[in-house]
Design a protein around this ligand. Structure first.
Ligand SMILES: [Zn+2]
Length: 297
């Protein structure tokens, strides 16, 4: 189904473009945000998906969420969003945070586009690349995901589940390299960081479980799920991305993550570069995501 070697190569190409050719994609360098938006748009066009911009104003310049869509039938039962923010925090090229997620998003789109016409799936998937997530925008109404979720609620968009990709490229395999937020370290979670995490809130538990079930079919990528009560307000680190605005608007949403600073020592540092990432790990995540969408028939 998916050629891992080819996927690894393509993921590396995206990382090179986003983190080396473009570099820092912070709110302080609007030109690089625009270049990134164009790169993402061009990619979707190349694989034959319709793409549009959701533009909005941030202080004295315009930014845009990039939205591409694929549907496998005229009236699919389920509508999902696969989202990832494409900005980085200032002072870093943000390889894991969050070029890794954009790369996985793009390659999942390519894999699904290749299935179109060959498989009868009962789904539509929107790929939404969010303009701004990182500080100082984090938590404000200028977050790309907030802009999107607010509009979706207003227009009553059908979203059966939103998947937020947030840092998905870092793995560690020495015992003890993986840490946990209090009080989870007492709950017997793995000490090695070789798995992908799915974080959902209580009202997203059905969606979380269906993803978990699909991901478990991929024996090459261990998966751990975590359901948090109160939409994560009591465990703030689980709210730290683009799924939270969807929770707040009453949509089912999950974050898929390598657990960020609980695993990756380069979090938000200049050392968050593409040579630190595990591309097989990322390719396996593409495969797991395709398995999930593929399970809707
Ligand atoms: Zn991030």
């Amino acid at each position: 189904m998916i050629d891992n070697e080819k996927t690894v190569e393509r993921l590396q190409e995206h990382l090179r473009e986003l983190t080396v050719t473009i570099g820092e994609r912070s709110v302080y360098i609007p030109k690089n945000l625009e270049r990134t938006a164009e790169y993402i748009e061009t990619f979707y066009r190349k694989i034959g998906l319709p793409v549009q911009r959701q533009s909005y104003q941030f202080h004295n310049f315009t930014v845009a969420n990039i939205i591409a869509e694929i549907s496998f039938s005229d009236n699919p039962a389920k509508h999902f969003i696969l989202g990832a923010h494409y900005d980085s925090v200032a002072g870093t090229v943000g390889a894991d945070d969050n070029a890794s997620a954009v790369a996985v998003q793009l390659e999942t789109a390519r894999a699904l586009a290749a299935l179109k016409g060959r498989e009868k799936l009962d789904v539509a998937v929107k790929f939404v690349s969010f303009a701004l997530e990182e500080p100082p925008v984090y938590g404000t109404r200028h977050m790309g995901s907030r802009v999107y979720a607010a509009k979706a609620r207003k227009t009553n968009e059908q979203i059966d589940g939103m998947i937020c990709l947030e840092m998905v490229g870092y793995a560690c395999r020495e015992p003890g390299c993986q840490s946990y937020p209090f009080p989870l370290m007492f709950f017997g979670y793995p000490e090695e960081g070789n798995y992908i995490g799915i974080v959902g809130n209580f009202s997203s538990r059905t969606f979380t479980n269906s993803l978990f079930k699909a991901f478990r079919q991929n024996s090459n990528l261990p998966v751990i799920k975590l359901s948090v009560p109160m939409s994560g307000y009591i465990l703030p680190s689980v709210r730290l991305s683009d799924h939270a605005p969807f929770w707040d608007k009453g949509y089912a949403a999950v974050m898929i993550t390598d657990t960020a600073f609980f695993r990756n020592p380069h979090y938000h540092l200049p050392s968050d570069t593409m040579d630190k990432l595990d591309y097989d790990f990322m390719a396996e995540l593409v495969r797991s995501l395709v398995m999930f969408f593929n399970s809707h028939r």
